[in-house]
Design a binder for this molecule. Sequence first.
Ligand code: MG
Ligand code: MG
Length: 629
Amino acid sequence: MKTSIATVTLSGELPDKLDAIAQAGFEGVEIFENDFLAFDGSPADVGKMASDLGLAITLFQPFRDFEGMPDALRSRTFDRAERKFDVMQELGTDMVLVCSNVSQAALGGIDRAAADFHELGERAARRGLKVGYEALAWGRYVNDHRDAWEIVRRADHPSVGLILDSFHSLARKIDINSIRSIPKEKIFIVQLADAPLIDMDLLYWSRHFRNMPGEGDLPVTEFAAAVASTGYDGYFSLEIFNDQFRGGSTRAIAADGHRSLIYLADQVRSNVETAIGVPMPSRAVVKGVGFVEFATDEDEAAELVALLKALGFRKAAVHRSKNVSLFKQGEIRILVNVDTAGFAGAAYAVHGTSAYALALVVDDANEAYRRALALDAEPFRQPVADGELQFPAIRGVGGGLIYLIDDKSPLGRFSEIDFEGVADDSDSAGAGLLRFDHIAQTVAYDEMLTWLLFYTSIFETRKTPMVDIIDPSGVVRSQAIENETGTLRLTMNGAENRRTLAGHFIAETFGSGIQHLAFSTNDIFATSKILRKQGFKPLHISQNYYDDVEARFGLDPDLTERLKAENILYDRDEHGEYFQLYSGTHGEGFFFEIVERRGYRGYGAPNAIFRIAALKRQMRPEGVPKDAV
Ligand code: MG
Ligand code: MG
């Protein structure tokens, strides 16, 4: 796949945009006229910047309100076109995008439009240029790529072709199979954008809410597959109008864009026989969470270990060469790393005590690693002692690590190879915790799409619809990424302001990261009783909550009493019931959760407001030094 992106997608000044686009690995760039106009330099300067960065200028855009103008305006319209051609020649691009006319003055008429394009084709050909015609979803007479194609066909000029844009076709739910019969040489370029499904004015939706393929809800893969079936082998170019992207990190958005195109090509390649996309291993199936690793120091480790023990974990092993202990319960493994050297030490220095690394058990760790790198993931490596394992690893949320392990290689036996067993030092027989139920990561709201694309493109996962969680101090957006079997469940909470609990966590820990770990049990009441005996202090839930929950679900008063006595939260969906028990916060807002699912598929979003309020009551007020409480 030849990749390109429109400058309008990114924030910043034109030179920064071009730099980020080249850095992200794109081969081409569409120069958006306003970006050029705002730049204080000649078209030739822009052309040189692009070519110095190895970028082809795939097109110059847009040229508006061209076809079907009344005679009085027609010659002026062609004069405007000639001036664009001058700029294009200086820029060093050979294609202009003409979007369908939206002017009140336009006359309509398919033959009239075709005649105008034939004439424009003649003029362009004289200068060695080409004209691409795109149907805007809100064009006055032409708002369907099938009509635009008919005009291009009737214009019958080798310098005139069609520009397809997934947003315009998919937003209007036009049958994309109509693309399959268009000759590939008449498709001059293909623009791609996705968007969340929102029922609103097409123009407003397009100008503000587009996003990268895979980030929204439109069938962009099917669109690209229809294009690929024609044999089209030109550029796929991202043209994304999105307020958040235009205010976001230029480099991060460009990198997301490149990842989205590689992922799209991979999906298309596995569906139809096509040359687009580089072969890579398929999305990695996650069989479970191998371990979660905390970085901490000796002092804070004591508090964390006490909490783990109260939760029924026992210390099972110690690392052979590093200051790392392994705690175990059921299938859950937690590493506590107090090593000052290496990445864990650096993570602690920056973030304080934090769950900075996560190991995912996949079918084949090396294949998963290969796929991740093909999708622009950042590899991670640090020296290991002789005889110890080098985990394939990539950087994840907040710069933390994702280790990839499997059962077929020695990686699966890391707890014997890198660790040495120790005698059970606790008198606890455990609290019935079985495995990780979910891992909750808190990120800045504008990073949510980045990580959504990251997880869904590398791993066999799907996203659930985004829900709003009302924090007493603002709204937190929450979205889950999970696999079919429930062996991987990640929730992502996006914080917009630092007064929310999620926002506070990001501010105080200097970045995004894992904010809570949820473990599953088969009997939350039995677990809760054991925990209490072991000194675990559950998060105290407001008693008013229980009156409401009893009324809302028509609960048996006996059950309500038991829930209340144990501070257990309750929810229900069409599949079953859900029980949640929380710890208080540790450090700057990290906490543990214990859940029992009786068929339930969600994450207790309706309870989040009560949990957040309770956690906030427990936490020190903002600005008060830790020692003062
Ligand atoms: Mg477009
Ligand atoms: Mg949770």
